[in-house]
Design a protein around this ligand. Structure first.
Ligand SMILES: C[S@@+](CC[C@H](N)C(=O)[O-])C[C@H]1O[C@@H](n2cnc3c(N)ncnc32)[C@H](O)[C@@H]1O
Length: 383
């Protein structure tokens, strides 16, 4: 735990520290190694996967009667374009994965057991495609409007609550759990706050390591050169499960969650962790929907609470809700050229852990500890 708050490297390189999860028998280590290599494989096989899809589409098209094909002059050209785009994506993905093998400060994943066996599945490929979309959300010009709707309300609230004319912002600590590709955390650090992102998916960790530490120039992605943080900024990323990594009580001035709380097996566990790690007087800023991540997944604990239930629990912990807006429309990795567009009607709130540990006439929360969620112990645990 002590190393997780490592400062930036001199050239502003962010540390990636793989936080060891409590259980560490040999089998767990083997499963985690296998998981790591499975994600590496997903990156390595992306091009083959897309080319196979393109070939299949071409075969389907060419199986049509010639007179039908003649009515569709753009189809083959379009498929060639898809193939070219996949090749361009692949160049970036290979650069990402080549920079990821030794990215963690304190853990190595050794050699693969059988290098000839491809470990990744369709499920992994879907995760990889979501990661590519996350690049657009976080680091492209196209994602600007989405970032404005999701990240700006949080950033503005941090600036309102910790204004630079009243605070030495270089001492204000902000934690962003479920940081994705790190843009929100990076923006907060750019404003001078001490900011740490936390993430547990290897897809996101590999990719954010690349975008934050290895991108030398601005391109369409990243539109802005991430290393251009002021030299004095204090920005880091920590790998691991939020509820397992962050156990130090009273240690953060602010926890900022964006599209995160519904990733929990048990959202009360997240609330409990946030309550514990915030300093007295600290604030939790949240924006997001409740699209429970583990809903409908067999053999997964998934407690799908309404916002009303969550709010009641937050208040029972002792938080004071200072700001609340139950209808903030946002998108998430939107493709505005698609015929299917989703709009999330998000909830936004600011909840403060009171300075005094006294509320509801009690001096201590007096709450029983929330049930410990059965974290996935299979090889999917880090996705
Ligand atoms: C829906 S995404 C949101 C990402 C980012 N906050 C944004 O708004 O774009 C949720 C993120 O939380 C991460 N995540 C899920 N469970 C986590 C956990 N227990 N600890 C840390 N990160 C987690 C996921 O890997 C994913 O990157």
């Amino acid at each position: 735990m002590a190393e997780k708050t490592e400062k930036c490297l001199p050239e502003n390189e962010q540390f990636f520290h793989k936080e060891r999860i409590k259980y560490s028998p040999e089998e767990e280590a083997r499963l985690e190694r296998e998981h790591f290599w499975r994600i590496v494989d997903a990156f390595r096989y992306y091009r083959i996967h897309v080319q196979e899809m393109v070939k299949r589409a071409e075969r389907q098209f060419l199986s049509l009667p010639k007179e039908h094909q003649a009515l569709l002059p753009g189809v083959m050209t379009n498929l060639t374009r898809v193939s070219e785009c996949a090749n361009s994506n692949d160049e970036v993905l290979q650069a990402i994965v080549n920079n990821s093998i030794h990215m963690f400060e304190n853990i190595e994943y050794g050699d693969r057991e059988d290098p000839r066996r491809c470990l990744s599945s369709t499920f992994d490929m879907d995760k990889l495609k979501s990661t590519i979309k996350q690049f657009v959300r976080d680091w492209s010009e196209t994602g600007q409007a989405e970032r404005d709707s999701c990240y700006q309300p949080i950033i503005q609230e941090i600036q309102r609550l910790f204004p630079s004319d009243r605070y030495d912002v270089s001492t204000v600590t902000v934690l962003v759990p479920g940081a994705g590709l790190g843009r929100l955390a990076w923006e907060i650090a750019r404003l001078g706050y001490i900011c740490q992102g936390n993430e547990w998916s290897f897809y996101m960790l590999f990719s954010s390591n690349f975008v934050l530490n290895r991108c030398e120039k601005s391109h369409p992605i990243p539109r802005r050169k991430p290393q251009s943080l002021p030299p004095s900024s204090d920005f880091s990323m920590v790998a691991g499960d939020f509820a397992e990594v962050y156990t130090e009580p009273d240690s953060w001035d602010c926890v900022a969650t964006c599209f995160f709380i519904d990733t929990a097996h048990n959202v009360i566990e997240y609330i409990e962790t946030i309550w514990k790690i915030l300093k007295p007087g600290g604030v939790w800023i949240n924006l997001g929907p409740l699209l429970y991540h583990f809903e409908n997944m067999a053999n997964e604990l998934s407690v799908e609470l309404s916002y009303e239930d969550i709010k009641a629990a937050i208040v029972k912990f002792g938080f004071q809700i200072e700001v609340e807006n139950e209808s903030v429309p946002t998108t998430y990795t939107e493709n505005d050229r698609s015929m299917l567009l989703y709009v999330y009607d998000c909830v936004f709130f600011v909840a403060r852990k009171p300075e005094e540990k006294q509320y509801n006439g009690l001096t201590e929360p007096g709450l029983p500890p929330a049930a410990k969620s059965a974290r996935r112990e299979d090889i999917d645990q880090l996705t």
